[in-house]
Design a protein around this ligand. Structure first.
Ligand SMILES: Nc1ncnc2c1ncn2[C@@H]1O[C@H](COP(=O)(O)OP(=O)(O)OP(=O)(O)O)[C@@H](O)[C@H]1O
Length: 258
């Protein structure tokens, strides 16, 4: 089986009014089909650029980006994207917000409504289908945007700090919910975050990036059980992984050593 996503020797340089800015340099990694893969790095290290390249919204300056064995040379349609802000449309109900995805893709909506309702039930929003976004909490809104990203059954889910705007408790709850969605759907996921614990709790592998130009500091295998519970954060293995990543960031000057 071809990897869901494959970066090989990728460099990305932007041209700006004050000269070229290299956002990524020599980035190579693959995300296996069905893998939950986290990307962790400091602000400005090129995480969003990685997502733009994976979505086909930007092209690499050198190297190749492939999805399912094909070089990405245009905007990829077989993906779902979840952003930090939920970007729901206030004038559409919860169900209508999820249904935007098949509608905008010109798919037969009658075939997707059942799937939309199923996903809303999976994230605990059964009974909220006819509510409007202003009637929902931040966590509920972000659950709707996860359903919207999944309703057309994409092969790859790209998540750009999806819980960054939520309070700490809601965030912890959403992390576990996302884990359960992943266990049920086994989607290939590229999950971008600043949060070390969140990355280790969710992912099978964590790519740690250096400050700009973003290079790979290390790709860490998270050999914890497939099914995770919050208790796992108290295990020795978990704390060792977190400490290891913290030390990597200290070595690269991202975190100060005390
Ligand atoms: N379209 C662009 N034009 C010029 N420079 C850009 C462009 N996109 C990104 N950059 C630059 O590339 C670098 C990496 O940006 P990127 O947004 O990918 O980082 P990030 O890791 O996602 O940051 P954050 O965590 O703060 O969102 C930054 O220095 C940014 O200014």
């Amino acid at each position: 089986m071809e990897p869901a996503l494959d970066f090989a020797g990728v460099k990305k340089t932007f041209t700006t009014s004050s000269g070229p800015v290299t956002a990524l340099d020599d980035v190579s990694f693959s995300i296996a089909d069905g893998e939950f893969f986290a990307v962790l790095g400091p602000s400005g290290c090129g995480k969003s650029t990685l997502l733009s390249l994976a979505a086909g919204l930007e092209r690499p300056s050198s190297g190749t980006v492939k999805t399912a064995g094909r070089v990405i040379d245009r905007a990829v349609t077989d993906i779902g994207i979840v952003f930090q802000t939920d970007a729901l449309l206030d004038w559409r109900s919860v169900l209508q917000n999820v249904m935007i995805q098949p509608q905008m893709r010109g798919l037969k909506t009658s075939e997707y409504e059942g799937k939309a309702r199923e996903l809303l039930e999976l994230v605990g929003l059964a009974g909220f289908e006819e509510k409007y976004p202003y009637e929902l909490s931040g966590g509920m809104r972000q659950r709707v945007s996860i359903c919207r990203a999944l309703v057309h059954n994409p092969s790859l889910l790209l998540m750009d700090e999806p819980f960054g705007a939520l309070d700490a408790l809601t965030r912890e709850q959403m992390v576990m919910e996302l884990h359960h969605i992943w266990l049920r759907t086994h989607k290939s996921v590229m999950f971008v975050t600043h949060d070390i614990q969140e990355a280790v709790l969710l992912a099978q592998r964590v790519l740690v990036m250096t400050p700009r130009p973003g290079k790979i500091a290390e790709i860490i295998e998270v050999d914890l059980p497939l099914q995770r519970t919050p208790d796992i954060m108290e295990s020795e293995k978990f704390t060792q992984k977190v400490a290891h990543i913290r030390h990597l960031f200290e070595a690269h000057g991202v975190l100060k050593k005390y």
